[in-house]
Each structure stands twice: as C-alpha cells, then as structure tokens.
Design a protein around this ligand. Structure first.
Ligand code: SF4
Length: 254
C-alpha cells in the first residue's frame, strides 16, 4: 500500500492512531460506516446550544435562554439524522440529561460577562510538505488586552489526576495552529467538563508547543510507515468495550 501524498491530521486522528492503529485503519483508511453514538449525539446537542447561546446579547445569556433553545435544536438534529428518534427510547430523560449538562455549564462560566470572539473556529496549517494539520475549536476568546484563551466543552467527566496532560494535547494542537497562523501564543487553554462540573486549565509555553509539534511529526511518521507496510496492529484496552468494530477486530476474533 502506498503512503498518502498529503496526510490530513487532527487531534482526534492522532488520538485514534495512538489509541489503536487498527481502529484508525477501520475509520480513516477503510472508512467503514459507524452508527451514531448516543453520547456523541448528546455532545453535539449541548455544543450546539452553547454555540447558539452567544448569538444572544450578553445580558440575555442566562440558563433559561439556553434551556429554551433545547426543543428547536433537538428537532433540527432529528431532522438531520432521523435514525436518532428510534435510538432515544425516553425522550424526556434524554432532554433532561442535556438540560442538566447545560445548567452545569452556568456553574463554571458566566457568559454574560464576556464575548465569544470565535465559535467553531476552523484552524488549519500546511504543517509540513506532506502534512495538513487542522481542527475545530469550540470557542476562542480574544480579550480587549489581546490575550487569547481557547475553550473546549466536554460532556463527559474530567480526567483522573495524572491524565490531564493527555487531555490537554488537543488544545495544545489548537494553540500551535493559532500560533503558526497569528504569531500569538494563547494565554490560557481551558477544558470544561460538564459531566462533573470541573475544568482543566493550562497556560501553554513555547516549549509546550515545540513538544506538541514533535509529537505530531512522530505520529505522522508512524502513520506513513503503517500505511506503507499496511501494518495496523490492534491495541486492546478498555476502549474495546465501546468499539463498534470489536466483532471484526483480529484482537477479539482470532
Ligand atoms: S476492538 Fe479494541 S483493539 Fe480492536 S479495533 Fe477496537 S479498540 Fe482496537
């Protein structure tokens, strides 16, 4: 198998390959279809509401405004993915859970006190002659002082102590992309975990970004090498219990 001329990398693609090259192959190389996951769809709904909340003037960005968005945004999601209706057996419970996550958001930030400069911002960079790096940032705020913070919302729980660095990788890639495009080092990276009302914050340094760049280049080399050899070893872990491809994966079928 020949290597792709240009490798498209994003933080999620990097994590996928690092977690399990076989899973990366199923998703990226073979492009096998996967049914929607309820957790991912709930995440999409909550992200949509937190995105649209900032359409309102600052003073109106209250919990009630956000909750009022729920029915229409959920209907739009159902229109786009009709299969979802059959997957959600108890719609009230589903919407209650989404509402609870939204209410948690307001315990962690007060959106009436700042402006979201960018939401769902696409950052991209021709990272190397054969690597295109990109990602979508949930929110990027530029303060009047010019300081930049990058925010990502998670509907799950915060990582256990000792795992924060791994969780921050995604935001460091965004910081690197922003730095390469604007020559501004973001002041703050912030992960907001709505599952347990926690945040993980970090102020990146230039050496953090250099280390992130090295990781990206190493992973890109590994992907090129795997592609050339058509070698995608499965890497069994507790993630297998959530993996849609478990019933065809050689680690579980041989
Ligand atoms: S079942 Fe486990 S080892 Fe197999 S592809 Fe999925 S994550 Fe990888």
């Amino acid at each position: 198998m020949s290597s792709p001329e240009i490798l498209r990398l994003s933080p999620s693609r990097v994590s996928e390959f690092e977690n399990c090259p076989q899973l990366y192959k199923y998703r990226v190389i073979d492009q096998l279809p996967q049914p929607p996951s309820l957790d991912a769809e709930r995440g999409t709904l909550v992200h949509t509401i937190l995105h649209d909340l900032f359409e309102s003037p600052a003073i109106e960005r209250t919990p009630q405004t956000a909750i009022d968005l729920l029915p229409s945004r959920w209907r739009a999601q159902l229109d786009a993915k009709p299969d979802l209706a059959a997957m959600v057996s108890d719609e009230k419970e589903w919407l209650d859970r989404a509402q609870s996550l939204i209410q948690t958001y307001f315990t962690l930030e007060n959106p009436t006190t700042f402006e979201a400069t960018h939401r769902e911002l696409h950052l991209e960079n021709d990272f190397d002659s054969n690597i295109y790096l990109h990602g979508y940032v949930d929110r990027l705020d530029v303060a009047p002082s010019g300081e930049v913070r990058i925010i990502d919302y998670k509907t799950g729980k915060a990582p256990k102590p000792g795992w924060e660095e791994k969780a921050l990788f995604q935001l460091r890639v965004y910081a690197l992309l922003y730095f390469k495009t604007n020559n501004v080092l973001p002041k703050l990276l912030q992960l907001i975990y709505l599952g347990d009302a926690k945040t993980v914050k970090n102020s990146p340094t230039l050496s953090d970004l250099e280390a992130t760049e090295k990781i990206l280049k190493r992973v890109a080399r590994d992907i090129f090498s795997s592609t050339e050899k058509d070698y995608w070893p499965p890497k069994p872990s507790r993630l297998c219990d959530w993996c849609y491809f478990k019933n065809i994966c050689p680690a579980h079928t041989d």
